[in-house]
Every structure is written in structure tokens, then in C-alpha cells.
Design a protein around this ligand. Structure first.
Ligand code: F6R
Length: 262
């Protein structure tokens, strides 16, 4: 794991955006795994700026989103599909036929088959080159809550009370937050060739410390990223306050060989 600590979420997000832009320039038909929530907002704003001002071309890029609330139509203002079109897809030249967000409208026994097809689409696209992740205060990635199998695949999950409360701010009231979601599994996420986990603010400090320096455990799903060969953690100083090896992470970053710089 490479831990990159920057002064603010804006500086950190610009660096993460440059990392993605480098990939797209190297591989125009790159496959991106994308997250929603408050964390990637400055990243998406910077990708939009890079598209508008520096011609970053998303024309051949394919995207797969991590998760979606079950019960919400794609047009619902709180759906993750709506979120992605509002905050990213609507402002770049992505081809809508290459955009994949799990459907919130599948029901009952059809869900399992649907999730298998979602994974099949990922394989058909050649697998995910770079997966963007946020992290829950409890260490979840995607909506793989603590206790999720570290080998899990895309499937239905039940949100914890804490995650529902954290996400209530986006809904008319706390009861409106769905209980169920479709999420890529931890095993699915681990197959991405590169993972970029973003974490900002002191509310993420405990989760970051547990994920980066704690034991690998299903109780902190993000900790499995210690087993992933190419994970970068982009954190601001607030999210890094509970890390022990901070000095070393800065040392590594400051002494990188030029060819390894973002
Ligand atoms: C969102 C997702 C979640 C969020 C996490 C953090 O697609 O998969 O894991 O990344 O809940 O949410 P924020 O960024 O709102 O703190």
C-alpha cells in the first residue's frame, strides 16, 4: 500500500485525478471502477476540469459503479445513477453505452442472476484497470459492511444502521434511506489492477488507521487492500491523524524516483 498524505482534500483529489488522467492518456479505452458519496466529489470536479481545459478524452473509457440502492429508479435524485450523471458523466464525453451502474430496480430472485451479469460485463470489458474507493467510518468499501466475506462477489447487502444514518443527509428523512443495496463484492474489488482509496476528514481517521496498519480482517473490509499489490491511499492530514507510520509515508513520497511520480 502506498499512503499519500496531502494538506487538503482538494490537493489530494487533484493528485488522484492526475493519476487517473495518466492512465487514460496511456490507455484511452481504460476501464474505471467508480464510487459515489461525498469523498470523490472534488476528484470528479477535477476530472471535469481536465476534460474541459486539457482535453482529457473519456470517449473510449468504460465505467462500472460500485453500488446502488435497491428500490430507487435511476432517475431518483438519491440514486447513485443520478449522482454519477449529476457529478461526472453529464459533464464529460463518456459514451453512455459504456457506463454501467447497478440497477436499483431488480427484485427478489432476479437479483442473483443480475449480479452475475454485472460481473460478466466487467469481464467482457477486460476487467477494471483502476478502482476508485471511498471508505465508510466503519471501514466498509463499496457497501461491504463489516463482516462481509473478503471473497464476496457482486450481490445484495443490508446496510448497517450506522451507514443508513451517515447517508440520511442525502434523503428527505432517515427512514427514506433504503435498507438494501447491490454492491460489488470485496473479491470483485480486489480484481481491479489498481485501487485508489480516497479518505478525507477526521471522521475517517480511525477507519484509515485500521485499514492501513491494523490486522487484515473482515471486521474492517478495507483492510483487505493490504493484500492488493497496487493500492494507493490518498488521504488528507485529518484522515491521517491516527496513522503511526506517517513520517515514513511522507519519506517514501518525497524520495520517489522520478519515473514513479504521478
Ligand atoms: C459509495 C460507496 C461507499 C462510500 C463510503 C464513504 O459508492 O461505495 O463505500 O465510499 O460510504 O462515503 P462518503 O464518501 O460519503 O463518506
Amino acid at each position: 500500500m502506498e499512503v499519500i498524505i496531502q494538506s487538503s482534500r482538494e490537493v489530494s483529489s487533484k493528485l488522484a485525478a492526475r493519476n487517473i488522467a495518466n492512465l487514460i492518456r496511456r490507455k484511452p479505452d481504460a476501464v474505471l471502477g467508480l464510487a459515489t458519496g461525498s469523498t470523490p466529489l472534488p476528484l470528479y470536479a477535477e476530472l471535469i476540469r481536465l476534460h474541459r481545459e486539457e482535453g482529457l478524452d473519456f470517449g473510449k473509457v468504460t465505467t462500472f459503479n460500485l453500488d446502488e440502492y435497491l428500490g430507487l429508479a435511476p432517475s431518483h435524485p438519491c440514486s447513485y445513477n443520478h449522482f454519477m450523471w449529476t457529478h461526472l458523466f453529464g459533464h464529460i464525453n463518456v459514451n453512455p453505452s459504456r457506463v454501467f451502474v447497478p440497477s436499483g430496480l431488480v427484485e427478489g430472485t432476479a437479483i442473483e442472476k443480475y449480479c452475475e451479469r454485472y460481473e460478466e460485463e466487467m469481464r467482457r470489458a477486460g476487467g477494471i484497470d483502476l478502482q476508485v474507493l471511498g471508505v465508510g467510518g466503519d471501514g466498509h468499501i463499496g457497501f461491504n459492511e463489516p463482516g462481509s466475506s473478503l471473497a464476496s462477489r457482486t450481490r445484495i447487502k443490508t446496510l448497517t444502521a450506522r451507514t443508513r444514518a451517515d447517508n440520511a443527509q442525502y434523503f428527505v428523512n432517515a427512514d427514506a434511506v433504503p435498507h438494501h443495496v447491490i454492491t460489488m463484492g470485496v473479491g470483485t474489488i480486489l480484481e481491479a489492477r489498481e485501487v485508489n482509496l480516497l479518505a478525507f476528514g477526521e471522521g475517517k481517521a480511525a477507519a484509515v488507521a485500521a485499514a492501513v496498519e491494523g490486522p487484515v480482517t473482515a471486521s474492517v473490509p478495507a483492510s483487505i487492500l493490504q493484500m492488493h499489490p497496487r493500492t494507493k491511499v490518498f488521504a488528507d492530514e485529518a484522515a491521517a491523524t491516527k496513522l503511526v507510520r506517517t513520517e515514513y509515508y511522507h519519506w517514501v513520497y518525497d524520495n520517489k524516483p522520478d519515473w514513479q511520480r504521478i
